[in-house]
Design a protein around this ligand. Sequence first.
Ligand SMILES: Cc1cc2nc3c(=O)[nH]c(=O)nc-3n(C[C@H](O)[C@H](O)[C@H](O)COP(=O)(O)OP(=O)(O)OC[C@H]3O[C@@H](n4cnc5c(N)ncnc54)[C@H](O)[C@@H]3O)c2cc1C
Length: 230
Amino acid sequence: MVYEFNSKLLKRVQITKDIATFQFLTPKEFTFKAGQFLLLSINGEQKPYSISSSPHEKEIVEITVKKVGHFSGEIFDLEVGSNVQIKAPFGVMIFNEQKKHSNVFISGGSGIGPFIGFIRYIRYLRLKNKLHLFYSARTPTEIEGVSRVLGEPTENENYYLHVTRPYLEPEKHWKGLTGRITMDEIKEKVSDYIYAHYYIVGPNGMVEGFNKLLSENKVNKNNIHIERWG
Ligand SMILES: Cc1cc2nc3c(=O)[nH]c(=O)nc-3n(C[C@H](O)[C@H](O)[C@H](O)COP(=O)(O)OP(=O)(O)OC[C@H]3O[C@@H](n4cnc5c(N)ncnc54)[C@H](O)[C@@H]3O)c2cc1C
């Protein structure tokens, strides 16, 4: 069922300089599945945003937004208490609660949003299968912001955090992984990579690139779940 309701901004949490999570009020009966997105309307204009809260958190819904242009700028300009309209849920990149194989999340930048929700949901469900997050950002500062929001990985969780352009902040002396996420790295880290479930979020090029790579490496199409952001 799709719900349409007036809502207001309850809270904003800054993750990096230009990425923040925005929490909105929902009616009691509102439900969604982990991985779905909502349509946010402000002043008659509407855009889609992946939900980054977990379905078990009631009467609120969160989105994680990168400030890149006109509409995302309007979201950043909202004061706590501002009125917005929400229509939701939509989308088919729904988290599969399978308990056997690894779950692999791949994204960059603001594409971390849905995975913040997945990780909270997995912790709530106490799923014991392995979770591998491959995430890339431009700078160590962005990685630090995301790590803070995700919290320390638990014993079943592995985070592989890549900085793609560490030279922009040489003072940070980044010692972690650099460059783009590769298939070789996925194969090395995910022992059951052929049977794992993959969730890929981001721009078309990145999503299609991984979709093709995974298929070429014998991953079953039914185990590849994608959300294209255009
Ligand atoms: C199903 C779906 C889910 C989405 N979920 C999210 C989400 O959870 N968080 C989110 O921030 N955006 C998300 N988007 C993108 C969002 O709907 C807007 O397109 C985005 O906020 C840009 O709108 P704008 O008017 O601010 O900028 P525009 O003027 O439309 O775009 C400005 C420039 O920024 C680029 N751009 C657009 N989005 C991003 C981005 N996220 N990171 C880097 N560059 C970008 C555009 O290609 C363009 O070059 C989603 C899109 C879809 C289709």
